[in-house]
Write a protein that binds this ligand. Sequence first.
Ligand SMILES: *Cc1c(COP(=O)(O)O)cnc(C)c1O
Length: 427
Amino acid sequence: MDYFKYNKGELFAEDVNVEKIAQMVGTPVYVYSKATILDHFEKVKRAFSGLDTTVCYSIKACGNINILKILAGAGSGFDIVSGGELYRAQQAGADMKKTVFAGVGKTDEEIIAALKAPIGYFNIESEAELENLIALAKQTGKKTKAALRVNPDVDPKTHKHITTGTKEAKFGVDIERAGKVFEQFGKNEYVNLCAIHIHLGSGGKTIDPYCEAIKKILPLIDTLRSKGFKIEALDLGGGYAADYQTDTVPTAAHYAQGIVPLLKDKNLKLILEPGKSIMANAGLLLTKVLYLKQGGSKKFVIVDAGMNDLIRPSLYEAFHFIWPAKVEEKFSFLKRTDKLDIKGLEFVDVVGPICEATDFFAKDRAIPPVQRGDLISIFTAGAYGFTMASNYNARPLPAEVLVDGKNFKVIRKRQSYEEMVAPEKPY
Ligand SMILES: *Cc1c(COP(=O)(O)O)cnc(C)c1O
């Protein structure tokens, strides 16, 4: 569910015609819908209300402070993976007690900043990291809680670059080793190791890997408790599917139907770390057609956004639905799919201006005919869009706009050339 729709052939974000945004802010520009963000968040909260659940939105999906503020205001905690994300959460006025900190390479500076915040849990990825956390907690006199990241060794059968929950991944420790970590560090006076964290990675399209992982972890929790370790929480991580193609993946309610019964009466607090399932289809990338070009039998639509603005297609071969912002009435619908069988569409490659063969958004994609100057929308770009943007080819970072009903505001202004080179001064 989202709040983007066509009205008489023109694309609206909530009640704002996106053409107006392009005119005032220029392109490329990320456009987010506040109502969609809140709708997604509330649905997760409601679906899991049968358990003592804290939703910790994963900042790396989309970290604009204005968006974090909206989520914090709705009661969200945050999942952070760096000192920079800790800083963003603090700037957004987040409830730091509802913040969890993951990542295999936390630096001393990052750990100390998080101890001082103080955050809710450190998600521990290795014995060496835990030892270092204990040393730093002692040194600063700041006690903290930690969750041990355990690898349940289930494979959500997603893209090889985004699978993290199998044995061979660099994240966490396996179930057998988890027991030993608790034996060694489980009764420390500075770091209270009292939770288990699992994060399978991203992109699975069914709820099965989550249920399988929980079934593998619960016996571990029982064993640990029987040995006198107090396990108060299970952090299920993120990776819940997002609607890149309309209605193809489980909803928050579906996940809850599978997960909640497994954890009922287990005396465990539940932490969830959704990222893309909250933000992906709450945002789109608006871009303008610069040129049309015929190459052999192929037709290229060259747009003013590039892989530096949105890298998911190049990086993960990710699918993003692409449709012009202004269309004939018969194309005036929004069903994100690559299986369209309508007369009058053209098969094109939608590509960016960057000097790389991988600079594309779609290949052999059917879209309504477009011309130079037309606005095109790349949908479901709210997560891992702007946060992965770079200055490659000396292209300034794009603007971000937040729509709220019939109003919109620039929540990050387009970078200027001066701002782009400023850190290099003096030169
Ligand atoms: C990236 C990440 C998430 C969020 O993943 P999504 O696929 O965006 O839901 C949650 N937890 C951890 C530890 C992560 O690294």
